[in-house]
Design a binder for this molecule. Sequence first.
Ligand code: NAI
Length: 396
Amino acid sequence: MPTAVINPRIRGFICTTAHPAGCAANVRTLIDLARAGGPGKGLGTVLVVGSSAGFGLASLATSIFGYGADAVGVCFERPAAGDKPGTAGFYNLAEMHRQAKTAGRKLTTINGDAFSHAIKQQAIAALKALGRPVDLVVYSLASPKRKDPDSDTVWGSVLKPLGDAYTAKTVDLDSDQIKDVTLVTATAEEKAGTIKVMGGEDWKLWIDVLAEAGLLAPTCRTVAYSYIGPKVTHPIYRAGTIGAAKDHLEATGRELNVRLAKTGGGAWVSVNKALVTQASSAIPVVPLYIALLYKVMKTKGSHEETGEQIVRLFKDHLAPGRQPKLDEQGRIRVDDWEMDPVVQAEVDRLWQSVTSDNLQSCSDYAGFKTGFRRLFGFEVPGIDYAAPVELGAELA
Ligand code: NAI
């Protein structure tokens, strides 16, 4: 495989290059956090669906290095081709495989469409090869579309309000200017499509195929991730198409919980904090909210990244022997520090006054930008970006 000097190529919320050494360093940071945050044992076998980035990647690191698990991960990533680098998720997992091997843990990655029957069956075969039923299933997919596993229908997920058209401040990630964005009301078809992609149907299908294959340990736990967020994103997030999908995901969690609790297991949705990931950067309004939130939470000393969020989720709720603490709707809340009324009041105050002119001082926009570039392995401390790097990597 060739080597090359790799620079970020960014447009809006898309970055088309990724740096293997930067991604590897990010993963080592996650692993260090996981090791420091867990006992190093307690979980046998874990399945993570959406294992290559964001909350799923942090869940994989915490399972393997915080709780001693062997794991199967499912993701949708692209290796390098010629002189074109692979995706960040591919490089993330290449390092996770290297580190798991060094630690004597088994990790298998199934790279393909998690919504398809074929990929589910490949994951089942990989889990069977581990020879033990699954103790924990983490469902952490964020996808713009889903192909029906039984037909040619492709559903799309959209980010639109369900009520009236909504106008709000947003930051243009290319010009760094604050503008108004208007999002028009979703059609019934768009709402239904978003529920198909980001709701709970596919999570339940995964649990069904695992059960059919006899791979669910009697005390198996499963978790999927949701978001609620503040007043300013409410019309496009929680009261929008994606919120309808999250309602469906949460209802699926309650249904699965009844089923799994019969043998001592459980299913929950964890409501997590707003964080810079590839998925959240694509949502209008949200990057500006995140920049203000980071400013407030960093000042208060309560800021967490994906690694810290997931370590706390496992430690306080999900780890074997822990009984999850739930809100009145049966959800785990690790967004509690974000939703602290003092934090929200301060974010709200800043939201009223933020403009293009005071963006840098009023918010942690610089932190948002760095966080975004780091997702792709750029601006990671200690990396020599002038040096050529090997583009090839393996998930083995
Ligand atoms: P992400 O974009 O960082 O990661 C998404 C993962 O899904 C990647 O591993 C990707 O490879 C995988 N994936 C996507 N389509 C796939 C497919 N067809 N087949 C196999 N794998 C596929 O996303 P992020 O932000 O970690 O989101 C994960 C979950 O967490 C989502 O449900 C999201 O709504 C939720 N969440 C995110 C928050 C945030 O602020 N980022 C906050 C709270 C919840």
